[in-house]
Design a protein around this ligand. Sequence first.
Ligand code: AMP
Length: 110
Amino acid sequence: MSSDCIFCKIISGAIPAKKIYEDEDFIAFHDIKPMAKVHFLIVPKLHVDTLKDCDDSHQVLLGSALLLAPKLAAEQGLAGFKTLINTGREGGQEVFHIHIHVFGGGKTDA
Ligand code: AMP
């Protein structure tokens, strides 16, 4: 838990989100600025800033996060989807709490 991290605040319930899934290790919720008709984020509850900060100890966590993508995508009615992990400022990362974007259903009009 990082006190100034927006995703940690969503995990703790301090700020609301359109949650679609939660278990002991993960939360998933719709992106606040969707870039596709369906756009949600899979977020480990463990605070890790970026993929660059992961090591062998995160192997199960990363694998489990990835395996959630097809399960949750199917629940959202997606026959196919894209995944994205932005890493570091130069990689387009804005929220420094590791997460997987899942996009599907075509682009939004926005
Ligand atoms: P990234 O650029 O990979 O760090 O993506 C961060 C994503 O988090 C962006 O797509 C934001 O729209 C999304 N985001 C930021 N704040 C919230 C929030 N409070 N609820 C849902 N999504 C958020």
